[in-house]
Design a protein around this ligand. Structure first.
Ligand code: IMO
Ligand code: MG
Length: 428
């Protein structure tokens, strides 16, 4: 009865989608537990290339796919993604949405944009999908949930009350036009009609699967360094991306969680504002961006690229208690002569291995690098660890040592088979 979590260990975009698509072949259920359609999970498989934002990346396999209570659901986006995968012959009858999931409403998207504009130079660089305002409403008890779509009378009453408050802010604070109750209500009633068959109580479905000894994969979104508690706050997202949030976000006991995989990119990237201590504003950064096509799957923005940061990665390993590390995109580094790994931060005249809470301190951290030789060999066709060039194995081994976590899988390309297994992943 194991639950297995796949968690972003950096600032998102680590390749969780391709890993979940692969591991989903071995499990009975895949469940998203946090975030919303700010996620952009790229999956390349025999059916094509997909950029999924809400749909669990397991949808292409035999597993039941669930969007858990911890996710904020944009119904319009979900309907679009259902249509997208169905147009490739994928059945979506196995998709279930938690009735407790909060919904993204049109005013969340509007307020996300208005708040960002008013932040000016201090903008977070959000995805503009309404994520922050939706999670704020959940905490403020102003949320509208999936279950509400199924109760016309309640939905209207609730929307009337909430929209009055939102319109007061939209008009009074931002001087924008109010949203119409009728328009939003009619739109959401339609969404309810379309999504109704998918909306159910899900924590019991997941618990019963675990009790049957089915394997349940909990699919993380975003990454540990975007987590509002342990990331680079306030330059973070608004829901927890951590392993400890996974159980809450799907409604199961933490005692079920047996394997926790952290997905680390072989280098670091970040999209949006906030500290990235190892950022490379030079030719190497540009080379990584071009070779890795490092552009946001959700917004198309160029991703900022930098060396592997073992201080941030170790912080992530400790907070999540990873039982295994998965390193993605090793092949992107194939052409480099030398590589750097950040092994400490120089701060206030000393060197620290701790990841500071203070954003001002993080912005002042100067990385201390250890230089390693590159392998200057194509790794894309390699499938066995021992066949990797010695320099690549040394790079992996050094990361393993610095983050104190065994590396269990390494990806050397974006297609399903471009993967090296070092240990069995997903036990019985
Ligand atoms: P996946 O699941 C990378 C970033 C945004 C911004 C900050 C806040 O694909 O790894 P938000 O819209 O959440 O309020 O934006 O978080 N961000 C991500 N960056 N990958 C993601 O998801 C992200 N989801 C949010 O760029 O800096
Ligand atoms: Mg992404």
């Amino acid at each position: 009865m194991p639950a297995i979590a796949v968690i972003g260990a950096h600032w998102g975009d680590e390749g969780k989608g391709r890993i979940v698509d692969l591991l989903a072949q071995k499990v009975n259920m895949v469940v998203r537990y946090s975030g919303g359609d700010n996620a952009g999970h790229t999956v390349i498989n025999p059916l094509g290339e997909f950029k999924l934002h809400l749909m669990p990346a397991g949808i292409f396999g035999p597993a039941t796919c669930i969007i858990g209570n911890g996710v904020v659901v944009n119904p319009e986006r979900l309907i679009e993604e259902i249509a997208l995968v169905e147009s490739h012959g994928v059945a979506t009858g196995k998709l279930i949405v938690s009735d407790r999931a909060n919904l993204i409403m049109p005013y969340h998207q509007l307020l996300d944009r208005l708040e960002e504009t008013s932040r000016g130079a201090k903008a977070i660089g959000t995805t503009g999908r309404g994520i922050g305002p939706a999670f704020a409403d959940k905490a403020a008890r102003l949320g509208i949930r999936a279950t509400d779509l199924l109760d016309r009378k309640y939905l209207r009453e609730r929307l009337e009350a909430v929209l009055a408050e939102k319109n007061a802010i939209i008009t009074g604070v931002y001087g924008e036009k109010p949203l119409s109750l009728e328009t939003v209500f009619n739109q959401y009633i339609k969404y309810g009609e379309r999504l109704g068959p998918h909306i159910r109580e899900t924590s019991r479905i997941i618990r019963e699967a675990l009790e049957r000894r089915d394997k349940v994969l909990l699919e993380g979104a975003q990454g540990t360094l975007l987590d509002p508690d342990f990331g680079t706050y306030p330059y973070t997202t608004s829901s927890s991306s951590l392993a400890s949030a996974a159980c809450l976000g799907v409604g199961i006991s933490p005692s079920y969680l047996k394997e926790i995989y952290g997905v680390f990119k072989a280098y670091c990237t970040r999209v949006g504002a906030g500290p990235l201590p190892t950022e490379l504003n030079d030719e190497t950064g540009e080379l990584i961006r071009q070779r890795g096509q490092e552009y946001g799957a959700t917004t198309g923005r160029p991703r900022r690229c930098g060396w592997f940061d073992a201080v941030a990665s170790r912080h992530s390993r400790l907070i999540n208690g990873f039982t295994g590390a998965i390193i993605t995109r090793l092949d992107i580094l194939d052409s480099l002569k030398t590589l750097n790994i950040c092994v400490g931060y120089r701060l206030n005249g000393g060197v620290t291995q701790d990841f500071p809470a203070s954003i001002a301190q993080l912005e002042n951290c100067q990385p201390v690098y250890e230089e390693l030789p590159g392998w200057e060999t194509d790794t894309g066709s390699i499938r066995q660890y021992r066949r990797l060039p010695l320099a690549a194995r040394r790079y992996i081994a050094r990361i393993e040592e610095l983050i104190s976590c065994p590396v269990t899988m390494i990806s050397v390309g974006s297609s399903r088979e471009q993967i090296i297994y070092r240990k069995q992943v997903i036990y019985n």
